[in-house]
Design a protein around this ligand. Structure first.
Ligand SMILES: Nc1ncnc2c1ncn2[C@@H]1O[C@H](COP(=O)(O)OP(=O)(O)OP(=O)(O)O)[C@@H](O)[C@H]1O
Length: 307
């Protein structure tokens, strides 16, 4: 499949500090890629490098094989929202979009189309941005990114400040955009949102990638859950067979083995099974906390959090 955003061995150092450390990933068309990591992990820096705003120390970031800065009229190819507060506060929302449209050589009727799309009323579009709420700034930033109907969208924390209806709207917009063949790279701290919308995940901690791949595969459960008439005997038999087995919270045993192996061991041990199924899917929050545990500012206060 043709890759739209390619990041290869990207490193960014500020003095002795390494903000991005040998990061490689790819974002594909038709898919929403969620970019996750604790505060200061290096997400914004990576996105700024992709958008040609920060030079890398080493490595490359390209859009369909080309550096962002070498793309003619790049905003027509890649819609970027990196900092919703970076807009000129003294201009109205409509003025900002008109200026962008003119810079990109677009028909000005497009401005009204995207304003309607992001649900900013004509009255709101006529207000100065300094009087916008954070959510309105985000909507304006998304409108700006969508202006030229680009094939790629790169959004840093676009849901920040959006109300629940706004988050729902953005989720639908990005899903439809990807379903039409667009490529989306999206950073967010709203793990529940990412869990719903992302097809692929990249998890970064202290500048390094700690996990990446298709969401379904990353969150797929492993192991098995089993309940029997004699969990003690079965648990011991599982351990004797070399599998890690622990009492499960709601009763029964969770074991790091395939259900078929568990069934065989139960048969050999002459223990009757009451229930046997594959392991539960992990939720994204549990996976995130576990993967980034070493890089979190806050360490888990009790074992129930992730272990
Ligand atoms: N211009 C700079 N000079 C020095 N350090 C910088 C600079 N820009 C970023 N950093 C550092 O690089 C690290 C990564 O920052 P970055 O903004 O990429 O993190 P992030 O993952 O986007 O975090 P957040 O989730 O808080 O937005 C941070 O420690 C930050 O302080």
């Amino acid at each position: 499949m043709f890759i739209m955003i390619t990041v290869e061995h990207l490193t960014k150092r500020y003095g002795d500090y390494t903000a991005v450390n040998d990061v490689s990933f790819a974002c594909k068309p038709g898919r929403v890629t969620g970019f996750l990591g604790p505060n200061g992990a290096g997400k914004s820096t990576t996105m700024r490098i992709i958008a040609g705003l920060t030079p890398p120390t080493s490595g490359t970031a390209t859009i369909a094989g080309v550096n962002y800065r070498d793309i003619p009229n790049p905003a027509t190819q890649v819609g970027v929202l990196l900092d919703a507060s970076a807009q000129h506060a003294g201009r109205t929302g409509a003025e900002i979009l008109r200026l962008s449209a003119m810079t990109m050589g677009l028909d000005l009727t497009r401005v009204d189309e995207v304003l309607a799309w992001v649900s900013l009323t004509p009255e709101e579009a006529g207000r100065r941005v300094r009087n916008y709420s954070l959510g309105m700034r985000q909507r304006l930033g998304i409108a700006n990114a969508l202006l030229a109907n680009p094939k790629i969208l790169m959004l840093d924390e676009p849901a920040n400040g959006l109300d629940p209806a706004g988050i729902h709207w953005m989720r639908t917009l990005l899903r439809e955009y990807a379903d039409r063949g667009g490529t989306v790279l999206l950073s967010s701290h709203l793990l529940h949102e990412i869990e719903i919308i992302a097809d692929d995940l990249i998890v970064i901690g202290q500048g390094r990638i700690v996990a990446q791949g298709a969401k379904d595969e990353l969150l797929a459960g492993t192991g098995a859950h089993v309940k029997s008439t004699d969990d003690q005997t079965l648990g011991q038999a599982l351990v004797d067979a070399g599998f890690a087995a622990h009492p499960a919270q709601g009763g029964g045993i969770t074991v790091d083995a395939e259900p078929e192996q568990v069934g065989r061991i139960a048969l050999d041990s002459r223990v009757s099974l009451i229930e046997l199924r594959g392991g539960d899917n992990t939720n994204l929050e549990a996976m995130f906390l576990q993967l980034t545990e070493q890089t979190q500012r806050e360490q888990p206060v009790n074992q129930g959090v992730v272990r």
